[in-house]
Structure formats: C-alpha cells, structure tokens
Design a protein around this ligand. Structure first.
Ligand code: SF4
Ligand code: SF4
Length: 122
C-alpha cells in the first residue's frame, strides 16, 4: 500500500504535539514500552507514566524551553522523539489526517514574519 501523502513536515516543527499535557498510554502501549527498554511492566509504568484523574495513564513530562514542558521521551535539543519505534498509539495516529493545524499555523506565521525559524507562542 502506498504511503499517505501528508501536508505537514514534523522536521520543520519544534514538536508541539509532544507538549500536550495528556498523552495516553494504553496497556498495549505500556507493554511495547517495557519491551523496548527491557523492563518489567510495573517498573516501566512507574518510570514513564503517571495517572491522570485515576482513569487515564499518561506519559510523564520534562521541562522544555519552548513549550514549558514536553514528553519525557522528547529530545529537547534535537527536537524529536527518542522512542519513535516504541511510541504510544496516540502518537502514531496524530494528527489523524493529511493536515496538522499547528504546522499550518507555524508555516503561516513564518511566512508573514519573514523568518523561517520563527516559533509563535502557542
Ligand atoms: S505539531 Fe504537527 S508538525 Fe509538529 S511535530 Fe506534531 S504532527 Fe508534526
Ligand atoms: S512518545 Fe515520542 S512522539 Fe509520543 S509524545 Fe513522546 S516524544 Fe512525542
């Protein structure tokens, strides 16, 4: 099957979607993460995730200069995911279509500011 053509380029973006406060980790995602790091499930769960309102397991965050905080698995210098092959399903599915709203926004602002590196405050 041919790859879907998308209208955004994550390599030109500082990783806004990885700064979302709640990035869900399902049981299947947790198993994938534990396998990736060769860890017991309980250790991976404690180390990489926390519970949001007792019914949603989410990825832990770290501080980030651009967005305030961002996923603990994000490389804040290279601005990319460090566990791409083992990332949760919600990360795989995002942005669920051909377009990414943030990318459209940043592209528009960079053009109008005449600055290819401009990062608008989100
Ligand atoms: S916000 Fe959009 S363009 Fe930026 S990294 Fe996420 S999916 Fe890619
Ligand atoms: S796991 Fe990777 S793709 Fe998903 S939020 Fe974290 S850094 Fe981003």
């Amino acid at each position: 099957m041919s790859k879907k053509k998308v209208d955004y380029d994550c390599m030109q973006c500082p990783g806004y979607c990885c700064s979302y406060p709640r990035i869900e980790v399902t049981d299947k995602d947790l198993k994938r993460l534990a396998r990736h790091f060769d860890l017991d499930l309980a250790i991976a769960e404690k180390r990489f995730t926390r519970w949001y309102e007792k019914d949603e397991r989410i990825l832990r965050h770290q501080k980030d200069e651009i967005y305030g905080e961002i996923c603990r698995f994000f490389d804040t210098d290279a601005r990319c995911c460090t566990i791409y092959a083992a990332r949760p399903s919600v990360c795989r599915d995002y942005p669920n279509g051909r377009k990414c709203g943030y990318y459209t926004f940043i592209k528009f602002e960079r053009k109008h500011q005449d600055d290819p590196d401009f990062i608008p405050s989100a």
